[in-house]
Structure formats: C-alpha cells, structure tokens
Design a protein around this ligand. Structure first.
Ligand SMILES: C[C@](O)(CO)[C@H](O)COP(=O)(O)OP(=O)(O)OC[C@H]1O[C@@H](n2ccc(N)nc2=O)[C@H](O)[C@@H]1O
Ligand SMILES: Nc1ncnc2c1ncn2[C@@H]1O[C@H](COP(=O)(O)OP(=O)(O)OP(=O)(O)O)[C@@H](O)[C@H]1O
Length: 317
C-alpha cells in the first residue's frame, strides 16, 4: 500500500472584476489570485477495495460524495478506470485548517491536492496543464489551486497566466465562524443589480480589453510595489456582499482604520476580509487590535503571508 501527504494552500483574490455573463450561466472574469501560507493537509492512502473514503474532523465539511475531495477522486477513477482497478481505491483524510465557506477556496484546494496525489499514487504522469484541465470540471478555482503562486485568471476563472511571485507580503485574515456566503447567490445578485453594465459579447476582444481595469495592479505586481498593490486591491462582489452582510462591512472598516494596514479587501465571494501588512510584527499588532476592537468569540483571525507554491508533497511512503 502506498500513501502521500500533501499541503493544500488557500487563496485570496487580489483583484476580481466581472466583465460579462456567459452562455453557460457563469460570469466572464478577470481575477488576480494569490496562494497563501494557510493550508490544509491531505493524506492519501491506497486501499484494497475499489472504493473512495473521505475522513474530515471539521463539523461543516461533508464526508460523502458532496465533498470536493471525494469528487476529485471519483473523477480520476472515471477518467482512468484501468489504474483504479490496478491500484485499488483511495482513503482521503482532510486535516482542515482553512476556514470553511470563506471565499478562500478550501474545498477547491482539497480537490486539487487529490488530483495531484492520485496522479502520483497511480503513476499516471499527467502534466500540470492536464491536471488543471481535470480540475476545471470540478470548479472554477481548482485549476489555480493546482498551479498556485500568483496568477491572472480569465474566462470563468480557469484560464491562467502566471505573474511574478509575491512572497514577502504579510496578511491578516478575519472571518466570522457562523457567517457563510453562497458563491452562486453572490454572482446571481451581482448580475441582477449590475448586469446592465456587462459587455454583451464576451468574444469581442476589443470590448473585453476596454472593460478591464486590472492594468494598475498588474503593473504594481511587476514592480513589486507592495503599497501600490494594496491601493489597487479590488473585488466587484463587495458591491453585493457588503450591503447584505453588515458584519463584513464593519470588519472591512475596522481593518481600514488600523495603523500598518496598507490595503484591505474581501476575498472571493466572502465573507473573509483580508489586509495586506508590511511586516510580521505589524500583522500581529493588527490582529491584536482587531481582537480588542471587535471582541467576539465568533471571529477567527489568522496571520499568514503570500506563498509561491501550489500543492506540495511533504511525504510519501
Ligand atoms: C468567487 C471565486 O472563489 C473567486 O476566486 C470564484 O469565482 C468561484 O469559484 P468556485 O467556488 O470554484 O466556483 P464554481 O464551483 O465553479 O461555481 C460556483 C457558482 O458560482 C457562480 N460562478 C462561478 C464562477 C464564475 N466565473 N461565474 C459564476 O457565476 C455560478 O453560479 C456557480 O454555480
Ligand atoms: N473538502 C472540502 N472542504 C471544505 N468544504 C467543502 C469540502 N467539500 C465540500 N465542501 C462544502 O463546500 C462548501 C464551500 O466550502 P469552501 O470552503 O470550499 O468554500 P469557499 O472557500 O468559499 O470556496 P471558493 O473560494 O472556491 O468559492 C461548504 O459549505 C462545505 O460544506
């Protein structure tokens, strides 16, 4: 029997612009995605019977077929039936550290780790772009989670181009444990309220180029100008999530008023709010101040930093 242990990092969105709707019901996006050092640990074991089993100690995470890690293993079994028969089933243990339903791609990164791990377990020799393509059928954020680092994402979020690495910026993250925002609800509400601003033909490259405003932050990333990156953070989904969730709006305001915070934004469809901070010491100070300012048992805070890697293998037996 063989086993692998993998590290599956969360992501934040430094930039999220919705430029159009698509025939498949999704939205045409321009995003900048960034891996962070907050990560789950995934263990994969080959087992004798041709089954998939998932274990997770987090009460909000299902262990049945609705778990994205399960769905990733099922996809591999369907795509590579001979390998599934030859090597047997897989037992997956998810050690959760990433807050759930947070806009941090927790499920997506677990799925990415399972794709990478099963590729190794079954000696498939898939390329990164093949793994990303498989990931795209599981969720829009999964290809980025396979790749990791810093990237610009277009299409529904699955088309990736790498950007220069940003590995020294510290981050404070905050999320109310009891608060969850549905991604489908956020996009649907945005379409209802702001769909009149969309470009109608998303195939029209000139119209798409004119609609996109990400140039400033992309330049700042190339310049490695942390203060400018922080000034240019953007997320269109804030326009619907902040008015509907006053606690998130409040958190965002408290963050913005902290000394040492260079910029603050909601990640993805929320409700996590993050702040970019210049040093580890400042990040710890911001965390302490926010804990005192909000003083709620329901609020969880993390100090982390940007990272250059996606899924990593930490051990194999
Ligand atoms: C909010 C983000 O996390 C930002 O990175 C992503 O855009 C969402 O990524 P995800 O959770 O992997 O998304 P998916 O599982 O593919 O889709 C969840 C739901 O979000 C909506 N959705 C998602 C991506 C997209 N480009 N347009 C959409 O309208 C769809 O209603 C879909 O049913
Ligand atoms: N492996 C998994 N880890 C976490 N949640 C999972 C997993 N599989 C399924 N889920 C379910 O998916 C829902 C969304 O959780 P997840 O942590 O992936 O959200 P998210 O961080 O908002 O994702 P994204 O940023 O990609 O939209 C949860 O309500 C949870 O029940």
């Amino acid at each position: 029997m063989r086993s692998y242990t993998l590290i599956a990092p969360a992501k934040i969105n430094l930039y999220l612009e919705i430029i159009g709707d698509r025939a498949d019901g999704y939205h045409e996006l321009v995003m900048i995605l960034q891996s962070i050092d907050l990560a789950d640990q995934i263990e994969l074991h080959s087992i004798d019977s041709e089954t998939i089993r998932v274990h997770c100690d987090h009460p909000q995470v299902p262990t049945d077929k609705s778990n994205l890690a399960y769905r990733a293993a099922e996809l591999m079994a369907t795509q590579f039936p001979e390998a599934f028969r030859k090597y047997g089933g897989v037992e997956i243990t998810v050690n959760k550290h990433i807050p759930v339903a947070a806009g941090l791609a927790g499920g997506s990164t677990n799925a990415a780790a399972v794709l990478v791990g099963i590729d190794l377990l079954w000696n498939l020799g898939l390329t990164q772009s093949e793994l990303e393509e498989l990931g795209a059928s599981l969720g829009s954020d999964v290809p980025f989670c396979v790749a990791g680092g810093t990237a610009i994402a277009t299409g529904r979020g699955e088309q990736l181009s790498p950007l220069p690495s940003l590995d020294t910026i510290y981050i404070v993250l905050a999320k109310y444990r009891s608060l969850e925002v549905s991604t489908a609800w956020a996009y649907k509400t945005y379409r209802q309220q702001f769909g009149n601003t969309y470009i109608r033909n998303t195939e029209d490259l000139a119209a798409r180029a004119a609609a996109v405003h990400s140039g400033g932050i992309v330049k700042a990333i190339f310049d490695k100008d942390t203060a400018e990156i922080a000034q240019k953070l953007h997320n269109d989904l804030e326009r619907v999530v902040l008015p509907a969730y006053p606690q998130v709006l409040h958190l965002r305001e408290v963050f913005a008023n902290q000394a040492g915070v260079l910029g603050t934004m909601m990640s993805g469809s929320g409700p996590t709010v993050f702040a970019l901070v210049e040093s580890f010491q400042q990040a710890e100070a911001v965390k302490l101040n926010i804990t005192e300012a909000i003083s709620s048992e329901d609020l969880e805070l993390f100090v982390t930093r940007m990272t250059t890697h996606g899924i990593q293998i930490v051990s194999s037996v």
